[in-house]
Ligand binder design. Structure first.
Ligand code: ZN
Length: 455
């Protein structure tokens, strides 16, 4: 059976994941992510996908993070009317994340129009909140570990990836051939998430490489976060933690709960300032069994923080003095309420900015973590005088050894392994390790590259 794969994103970057599989007359799009970070990447969101959206038969999402799902509203707006297969938790998280993404884009366009800061007049959002809500009707929730027939010779299966709630490894069975998309892989020993499912066989494999050139710091994040909080609280400062609303926010809340419960940090007020993270926390509590926490542990974790819903409460926080801990999205400081907090708190040396995960090149997060003395926020240069830290070992992604460990679960080498979802150094480093240590045929595909998988 004819089979062709094209890489429409997730190449040379950790964003924009989109893989087009054409098989026996069907067109499947695996992941439908937004490009984020460098402007040259973001501009790709505006260039149409090189395939007519109306001609796609099915979209399959590995998980809800926007770099895997955030292009969906645009695909639907441009004519895609078919089903979007995903796990139940992924659908619930998309119901939160996608409308918010639309709203943020409308706000940015409005802002650019008011300040005349865009070369385009009027500046338009990539898609609106309404566009995002419209595409949610296409989501088809599926159970893990069950075969879903997409066509006479094409079947789909989701396996738990352990990365965030609902995250899946996608296995497509096409006329007896297996193509496996790792999606984002979780870690074998996470406090909250279960380990990724071991997959034993694939004819073709796409594997992520976010941390393909790195090992997570073995230091316990609990120790480092505890130190930062104690130090900052002692000088009445504010601990500002830019966080991803989904996954990371829940892990942080749980860690802060443990630190308080054990007396490692004082009982300072904690604010979760992200309506989206609050919704995601509720979804997290509904899906017991997908993670390691009991209902009691979930409830204790939530009791430890005040949930900040309204914009007024959010603004009010900026007038308040420390000591306090604020968690706000987005995790790479590319948008969201955390920008207002950075503006308010970054210029004061008593405060601490604590990142909690990978900061993609070109984002404010990467600039601040890289030691930038100023960053631009809403057209203003904001000085960074607060201390800047990254919590070690706090990623929702497998590191290089952990990816290799997962790959060793395959009983035989796939015919070919494609390394995706990594910046160039990370992808190439993982390529070398797979070639040297596993002796598998492996390559790093380019943007828009097509490969023929016909047997
Ligand atoms: Zn992800």
């Amino acid at each position: 059976m004819d089979m062709r794969l094209q890489f429409l994103g997730g190449t040379g970057t950790v964003t924009g994941s989109k893989y087009l599989l054409e098989v026996g007359g069907m067109r499947l799009l695996i992941d439908c992510g937004l490009f984020q970070g460098y402007k040259t990447l973001r501009l790709r969101n505006w260039a149409r996908v090189p395939v007519d959206p109306a001609s796609i038969d099915a979209v399959i999402l590995t998980h809800a993070h926007l770099d895997h799902s955030g292009y969906l509203p645009l695909l639907a707006k441009e004519g895609y009317r078919g089903p979007v297969y995903c796990t139940a938790a992924t659908r619930e998280l998309c119901e939160v994340l996608l409308p918010d993404s639309g709203r943020l884009q409308e706000e940015e366009a409005d802002y650019a129009n008011r300040k005349h800061s865009s070369r385009h007049e009027p500046a338009l959002p990539l898609y609106s909140e309404e566009d995002a809500r419209a595409c949610l009707l296409q989501l088809r929730p599926c159970a893990f570990d069950q075969e879903i027939r997409l066509g006479p010779k094409v079947a789909l299966r989701f396996w738990a990836a352990g990365h965030i709630l609902g995250a899946a490894i996608v296995e497509l069975n096409v006329d007896g051939k297996r193509i496996v998309f790792s999606g984002d892989l979780g870690r074998p020993h996470d406090r909250i998430m279960k380990p990724p499912m071991v997959i034993s066989q694939a004819d073709w494999l796409l594997v992520e490489s976010t941390y393909g050139n790195r090992q997570h710091d073995p230091e316990d994040p609990r120790v480092k976060l505890g130190q930062i909080i104690r130090r900052t609280v002692a000088q009445s400062g504010v601990v500002l933690i830019p966080t991803f609303a989904v996954g990371r926010a829940q892990s942080l809340l749980y860690l802060i709960h443990l630190l308080k419960a054990s007396g490692e940090i004082p009982q300072v007020p904690v604010y979760l300032n992200s309506p989206m993270a609050i919704d995601a926390t509720e979804i997290f509590m509904r899906h017991q069994g997908e993670h390691r926490l009991s209902r009691e542990q979930c409830e204790a974790m939530c009791r430890g923080a005040s949930m900040v819903q309204s914009a007024e409460e959010s603004i009010e926080l900026n007038r308040r003095h420390g000591p306090m801990i604020i968690l706000a999205a987005s995790g790479m400081a590319t948008g969201g309420r955390v920008l207002h907090h950075l503006k308010a708190f970054a210029p004061d040396a008593r405060n601490a900015i604590v990142f909690s995960g990978f900061q993609a090149g070109g984002t404010r997060g990467a600039a601040i973590l890289g030691g930038a003395s100023h960053v631009r926020i809403f057209g203003e240069e904001i000085p960074i005088r607060a201390s800047v830290d990254n919590i070690p070992n706090f990623s929702a992604h497998a590191d290089a050894d952990e990816i290799l460990g997962w790959l060793r679960g395959f009983r035989a080498a796939p015919r070919h392994t494609f390394i995706v979802h990594g910046e160039p150094d990370a992808a190439d480093s993982l390529r070398r390790r797979i070639a040297d240590e596993l002796h598998w045929p492996v390559s790093v595909p380019d943007y828009l590259q097509q490969v023929d998988l016909t047997a």
